[in-house]
Every structure is written in structure tokens, then in C-alpha cells.
Design a protein around this ligand. Structure first.
Ligand code: AMP
Ligand code: MN
Ligand code: MN
Length: 330
């Protein structure tokens, strides 16, 4: 069943979750603020409803998660570790496809196949793989959906839950700057702030909590920016990562900076990963669809923010992506 409104989904989702004996909450690889905020926020809401919940994320949490006291409780999956055997419901948040929870997806195929999946998400490329899916593509963040869901359930939200949900709203909207920031997004954020959510701490950890190495990496990436008219792109190579000591998260900084330049329609960051693959992050001007370009390259995302992982070297990835993008923009 695929729901697209809170009204229709709320009773079915509550029935499924309260009937479960043990719920596993998880989200996508390289979890961002919305993945972490929605995992912790939903877990806290469900526990307040009397549910037993375990959180496991596929890879390390982003550094901004330090402002959430529950962050240390989130299990980070390690190969060979087993997931709780008595789980009888898997809830996937902020993720367009279950295949995006690598390495869990490959290592735990049988485990996942044996358990019902419930999906709460806002990605345009979500095809509804669960037995119950709430996919609201107009929502700015999965955390926006959860704020509305708690209201529909008449479930009180405490200050820590509000802070977790604010983290997803703030990060996915780049501090309420992106075009999918709606009156409803701001209303949910205002309600969470009124409930004691620590908005300013979340903002500070996102905007002013960067390591020095990120600034150095950003400088190098700006130096390498290429202006091709409709497309502005740059790269973040392994050499740059090792030379500066910057981690993967510096990529978000670079992507955000690229899209500040007004003259282009689309922006691409090519990030060389340690395993030899290339992760692309695409952004676009309002109304320009890079989500379908990412989808055609085996990735996904939203119209104006999307990505993919390519099993190619940096040069080949660049040729393929830029030519695909040029055709799409023409
Ligand atoms: P990013 O560029 O990593 O910030 O991602 C932008 C958006 O695209 C997010 O909503 C991601 O969930 C989505 N996305 C990024 N990489 C992939 C991928 N390899 N497959 C599917 N969706 C992706
Ligand atoms: Mn996300
Ligand atoms: Mn999101």
C-alpha cells in the first residue's frame, strides 16, 4: 500500500507499529541530518507509544549528530554483527530504496526478506517497496512527515524528539533555503521550536561546527571549479582528501558552495571514493530536474538534489555524467 497523505496513512501506520513486538529502525548509507534525525525522532515517538525499538544505521553518523543525546545509542552496522532476531517489523526512513542501506542490504538479504518493511520517505524516486509506504514527495524532509504524523497520532513530542526532528528539517532545507521549504515546513519547525527543540544548537552544529580540514578542502575544490555555462562542476579526489585530512562530509560543504553561483542550471561534485568508485552529488536551479538524470545513472534523489555512485574512474565518470547532463539540460 502506497500512501501519499498523513490523513490516510496515520491509522494504518500506527496499527502496524503498535502491533509489532520489536521494531528495527534504519536509514540510508552515509546518513545525513534527516536520516539521523528521523531515525532518532521516530524511535523516541514510538517508545513514547510503548513500542520496543532498536536503531541501526549502515555507516557512521555525521558529526552534527553530536547535539542529539541519543546519537551514541544508534548502532552502526558492522559486517558480521547480527541484527536482533526477534525483530518483526523493519522501518526504513528517508531512503528511496532498501538497496541504499549497504552494507546491510547485501549482508542481510535473508533477514530483510523474512520481515515486513514499512517505509516513511520523501524521495521522488521512491517506488514504495514496503507493505506500507508513506511517501510525501512535497515534504522538505522525512522529519517534516514525522512531525505531522505525531500530530495526527495525538502523540506528545518532548524537547529531545523536537530537536532530532529539527535536525532533519534544517539540514534537508539548507536552513530553510531550498525551494521545497513550504509554509507547512515552517509551521512544523515552529511547532517543534515551541516544544523546546534546540533549533539554534542544530543550526550551529551544521553551519559553524566544521573542522579546519573542511575549509582547506573547500578552498581546493573551489580552485578546481569548472564553468561550462549551464553546468558548474568540481571534484574532490582522494589526493585532496589525504592532503587536507578532510573526510567525506567535506563534500557536502563543496556541493553547497557550488550551487551558490547563479549563472549555471546544474552543479556536479565528483567525489572519488577510497574503493575506486565515484560518488556524484548534483544540485540544480529551481525547476531543473537532476533527479531523473541521477536515476538514469542508477542513483536517485529529488528534482533539485540528487546523487549516484558510479563504478567508474574519475575521468570516465566525468565524461559520462557531463554528457548525460548536457542532453538533459538541452
Ligand atoms: P547528496 O548529493 O549525497 O547530498 O544526495 C542528494 C540526494 O540524492 C539525497 O536525497 C540522497 O538520498 C540522494 N542520493 C544520493 N546518492 C544516491 C544514490 N547513490 N542512490 C540514490 N539516491 C542517492
Ligand atoms: Mn537523507
Ligand atoms: Mn531527507
Amino acid at each position: 500500500m502506497l500512501y501519499t497523505t498523513i490523513q490516510q496513512a496515520a491509522p494504518a501506520l500506527r496499527d502496524a507499529m503498535t502491533a509489532a513486538r520489536h521494531i528495527l529502525v534504519t536509514s540510508h548509507i552515509n546518513p545525513d541530518g534527516d536520516a539521523v534525525g528521523s531515525s532518532i525522532g521516530l524511535t523516541r515517538i514510538l517508545r513514547a507509544m510503548g513500542c520496543r525499538v532498536t536503531m541501526v544505521l549502515p555507516t557512521e553518523l555525521p558529526s552534527l549528530a553530536v547535539v542529539l543525546p541519543d546519537a551514541p545509542e544508534v548502532g552502526v552496522y558492522s559486517q558480521g554483527a547480527s541484527l536482533p532476531a526477534d525483530v518483526d517489523l523493519v522501518v526504513l526512513v528517508d531512503t528511496g530504496s532498501i538497496s541504499r542501506i549497504e552494507p546491510i542490504f547485501s549482508a542481510e538479504r535473508a533477514y530483510l526478506a523474512q520481515r515486513p518493511l514499512l517505509v516513511i520517505d520523501h524521495h521522488a524516486t521512491n517506488s514504495g517497496e514496503g507493505f506500507l509506504n508513506l511517501v510525501m514527495t512535497e515534504a522538505a524532509a522525512t522529519c517534516e512527515i514525522l512531525g505531522l504524523l505525531a500530530q495526527a497520532w495525538n502523540q506528545a513530542i518532548d524537547a529531545e524528539t523536537a530537536t532530532a526532528l529539527l535536525m532533519g528539517l534544517v539540514t534537508d532545507t539548507q536552513s530553510f533555503q531550498t525551494s521545497h521549504t513550504s509554509p507547512r515546513t515552517l509551521r512544523v519547525a515552529a511547532d517543534l521550536l515551541a516544544l523546546g527543540g534546540r533549533l539554534n544548537e542544530v543550526m550551529r552544529s551544521m553551519m559553524y561546527g566544521k573542522p579546519f580540514a573542511h575549509a582547506k578542502a573547500l578552498g581546493m575544490a573551489i580552485e578546481r571549479m569548472h564553468d561550462e555555462g549551464d553546468i558548474i562542476w568540481t571534484e574532490f579526489t582522494q589526493a585532496m582528501q589525504q592532503g587536507t585530512g578532510a573526510d567525506d562530509e567535506a563534500g557536502d560543504e563543496i556541493t553547497a558552495y557550488l550551487s551558490r553561483v547563479a549563472t549555471a542550471k546544474a552543479y556536479v561534485l565528483f567525489k572519488e571514493r577510497r574503493d575506486g568508485t565515484v560518488k556524484i552529488s548534483m544540485r540544480s536551479q529551481p525547476g531543473i530536474d537532476v533527479g531523473s538524470v541521477a536515476h538514469s545513472l542508477g542513483g536517485g534523489g529529488h528534482r533539485e538534489a540528487a546523487g549516484a555512485t558510479l563504478q567508474l574512474g574519475l575521468d570516465e565518470a566525468r565524461d559520462l555524467v557531463l554528457s548525460t547532463l548536457r542532453v538533459a539540460l538541452a
